[in-house]
Design a protein around this ligand. Structure first.
Ligand SMILES: NC(=O)c1ccc[n+]([C@@H]2O[C@H](COP(=O)([O-])OP(=O)(O)OC[C@H]3O[C@@H](n4cnc5c(N)ncnc54)[C@H](O)[C@@H]3O)[C@@H](O)[C@H]2O)c1
Length: 374
């Protein structure tokens, strides 16, 4: 079973600084409230300035700073996640106000607009460039937020301080969703972004950040108005936005979680990444799974794609992680690493690296998930 039951200790988010895009409404707004209730300071960015200002006023009335000379518990700035300078300005506001940022949540999102693949499209109509706003808000916005977060989260950071990025994908990020063509592509993109970053960004020799995704199913917000009645009539499960944001709060506050995707249905959460990995030889077949594993080992942390040829020749161990050891697989390999067996890295280096890995990485994602999974 891979059920994830969030457990949020009273001090895990206390005085943390959490930046949330799409925080003015729906799930994001519930998350703002839960973070404030947990003692965190929140920087809210949203395109909807009316709801944003209203939420800010309410939050500041309800949650006051402990001392007069301390900054307000919440700040809001009108933000368009599709506009890079606008996202930067939001991070600047958080940093200026609180002097650091601990966690970043990318919750801004919109649903399908129109029908790109309308069967009735004529030769004339197809000449018009279709809107790509859904892709821009959901995917490009998440990419902008993640990129800027990867830099800001590293600053003013005490030793051993947990920092993370949380992206909002969807059930459409892993399961077929008919007619949500662009939305589904964007949410697969968000899940893909998390998967491509989870080993790289968590490396203690790089950003040392956690990254996870939430994949809600039907949740009672504006987003599902079109299908809500039919869904209820069929007696299918829905989440309240509070239930989804509770899972998000749990993931933010659990230092052991990296590289997870939490599917949320009927208020329950299920981690899916671990089983996708674990059962690969069943759904893909043993032979292709094996050869795929060898390819993955060769590509390792992927530095081969991004490191210039000359720099690669200079250093055989490009990022401090031995070639051939994907971080989220370190659980199975950490012992052999500690014994100096390192798939091509020289043994003394591998020994040193294994010793230096923090527990959450040395134990890998699997350990992280089983801690919170029941
Ligand atoms: N409600 C669901 O059933 C459901 C299911 C799966 C995934 N999700 C995802 O969860 C997240 C939150 O969804 P929700 O249901 O709370 O939606 P919502 O519409 O209630 O809230 C989304 C927020 O994003 C903001 N936003 C939209 N475009 C923006 C932009 N360009 N820049 C900044 N902010 C922008 C909106 O103003 C709004 O406040 C989204 O990423 C959504 O795709 C929701």
């Amino acid at each position: 079973m891979s059920q994830y039951i969030p457990s949020i200790s009273s001090d895990s988010l206390y005085r943390k600084v959490i930046l949330i895009t799409g925080g003015a409404n729906g799930i994001g707004a519930c998350l703002v409230k839960q973070c404030l209730e947990s003692g965190a300071n929140v920087c809210i960015g949203d395109l909807d300035n009316i709801s944003g200002e209203r939420l800010l006023k309410k939050s500041c009335e309800e949650f006051r700073s402990e001392e007069e000379d301390m900054p307000p518990r919440a700040v809001f700035q009108t933000t368009d996640v599709t506009n890079y300078p606008s996202v930067l300005a939001l991070f600047d506001l958080a940093f200026k106000t609180y002097k650091r940022i601990d966690h970043v949540v990318s919750a801004a999102g919109i649903v399908e607009i129109g029908n790109w693949f309308d069967f009735g499209l004529t030769l004339e109509e197809v000449r018009q460039t279709p809107t790509h706003k859904v892709l821009d808000v959901n995917l490009l916005g998440s990419m902008y937020v993640s990129r800027i977060a990867s830099v800001y989260l590293r600053h003013n950071r005490g030793g051993n301080c947990d920092r993370s990025i949380l992206l909002f994908s969807c059930v459409s990020g892993f399961k077929e969703s008919p007619s949500l063509f662009i939305y589904q592509a964007s949410k697969h993109g968000v899940t893909g972004l998390m998967r491509s970053l989870r080993n790289y960004i968590s490396s203690p020799y790089k950003h040392s950040l956690r990254i996870n995704t939430i994949c809600p199913w039907m949740t009672q917000t504006e987003s599902i108005k079109k299908v809500e009645a039919q869904w209820k009539n069929a007696d299918l499960p829905t989440n309240t936005p509070d239930e989804v944001s509770m899972v998000a709060t749990g993931v933010l506050s659990d230092k052991s979680l990296n590289g997870t995707s939490m599917f949320v249905e009927g208020g329950r959460a299920w981690e899916i990444e671990q089983n996708i990995d674990r059962l690969e030889s069943e759904w893909l077949g043993e032979a292709p799974s094996k050869v795929l594993g060898l390819g993955q080992q060769l590509l390792a942390d992927g530095a081969i794609w991004t490191t210039p040829e000359r720099a690669r020749k200079r250093s055989s161990v490009s990022c401090g992680i031995p070639p051939g050891v994907p971080l989220h697989k370190l659980n199975g390999l950490s012992n052999s690493l500690k014994n100096g067996i390192s798939n091509g890295a020289n043994n003394s280096k591998a020994n040193g690296i294994a010793e230096k890995l923090p527990n959450r990485l040395a134990n890998g994602m699997t350990h992280g998930v089983t801690n919170g999974v029941h």
